[in-house]
Design a protein around this ligand. Structure first.
Ligand SMILES: [Cu+2]
Length: 59
């Protein structure tokens, strides 16, 4: 899947379980990463900003 960073700072989309996915997206860039194929909810965070969290839902 792809993720676009519309911010002026770099961010990461890093799975909290530590291995499912980990991608860095530079400012204004779009990055592609391989999402898990097993349905479920995968919590992720930005390694550069400890207050940024999200959940990737695979259906
Ligand atoms: Cu960030």
């Amino acid at each position: 899947m792809s993720v676009t960073n519309a911010d002026a700072e770099a961010h990461t989309v890093t799975a909290d379980d530590g291995g499912a996915f980990d991608v860095t997206i530079l400012p204004g860039a779009t990055a592609v990463f391989t999402a898990p194929t097993t349905p479920g909810s995968y919590a992720f965070s930005c390694l550069l900003h400890g207050n940024m969290h999200g959940v990737l839902v695979v259906q």
